[in-house]
Design a protein around this ligand. Structure first.
Ligand code: GLU
Length: 283
């Protein structure tokens, strides 16, 4: 059965971009007589707050959305992420990393390295700790995926279906190794699973058949498809949607004064006003 989800991180108020994503996923689930789930992506405990989480439930209900309960909260599901990390570690695909952001910046911008390359998570990791063994990891280390080894492990790279506003991409060795590189799967600062790992584990556990999200996340999709293949998990269909922009074409999420749904509510807007603002037909 068609099953999709909206997966906000409670690190701030929901704005029009979030509303569009949630409403679109909800509308598509309804049209397909499918399921709509809500997942709270709160592994970043330093930035997530109970007040933002409460505001998410309140704003979504006000918009007219209904979702199944209990809601999966990632902060309560860390054992599943640890198990996935252990599995990849035992497959010989992970290594511990003690580099700080500053270390990475220095090595990546050394003159002999050429122009520093950026991937979906920032600078592409220059491989300083790649020689380290998984068994020698310390509590203070981050955990990275050895991308070249992961690609070799799979031999054939998986295909996936991508619809929506982002041109479908194909997984290639060069894309994964040169343009994405050795991504972090467990963070050293918060000691928690990184977004790429938790999202893949949870989409599979919740039986998500269609991931509907903004095209700003399209560059992360090859990582998610790769992790699914490594962990033996099914790959959903990915639908990336356009981003909501202001009159100057600037992404709302990046604007300092991005207006919260709560603010429109307090000014008397109706849910159909919000639908109109983001270009959706009235409910
Ligand atoms: N939690 C992510 C965010 O708020 C979305 C994750 C996803 O839809 O895959 O940007």
């Amino acid at each position: 059965m068609f099953t999709t989800r909206f997966a906000p991180s409670p690190t701030g108020p929901l704005h029009l971009g979030h509303a569009y994503s949630a409403l679109l996923a909800h509308d598509m689930a309804r049209a397909a007589h499918g399921r709509f789930l809500l997942r709270i992506e709160d592994t970043d405990t330093a930035r997530c707050t109970p007040a933002f989480e409460a505001q998410i439930y309140d704003d979504l209900a006000w918009l007219g959305l209904t979702w199944e309960t209990p809601v999966l909260r990632q902060s309560e599901n860390t054992a599943a992420y640890d198990a996935a990390i252990d599995r990849l570690g035992e497959m010989g695909l992970l290594y511990p990393c003690a580099c700080t952001r500053g270390d990475i910046r220095r090595v990546a911008s050394a003159p002999q390295e050429g122009a520093p390359m950026h991937g979906p998570d920032g600078l592409i990791y220059p491989g300083t700790c790649r020689h380290r063994r998984w068994d020698d990891r310390a509590d203070s280390d981050a955990i990275r995926l050895d991308m070249a080894r992961a690609v070799d492990h799979l031999q054939t790279l998986p295909d996936y279906t991508e619809t929506g506003s982002h041109a479908a991409s194909t997984l290639t060795r060069a894309l994964l190794i040169e343009e994405i590189g050795d991504i972090v799967l467990a963070r050293r600062d918060t000691k928690t699973a990184a977004y790429h790992l938790s999202v893949v584990v949870d989409d599979a556990a919740q039986g998500i058949t269609h991931v509907i999200r903004g095209e700003d996340l399209a560059t992360a999709t090859p990582i998610h498809v790769l992790l699914q293949a490594l962990l033996g998990l099914p790959t959903p269909i990915y639908h990336h949607h356009r981003l909501i922009r202001d009159e100057q074409g600037k992404r709302l999420a990046k604007r300092d004064d991005a207006r919260a749904i709560a603010l429109y509510r307090s000014e008397g807007a109706t849910p159909n006003d919000i639908r109109k603002m983001v270009g959706l037909p009235p409910a």
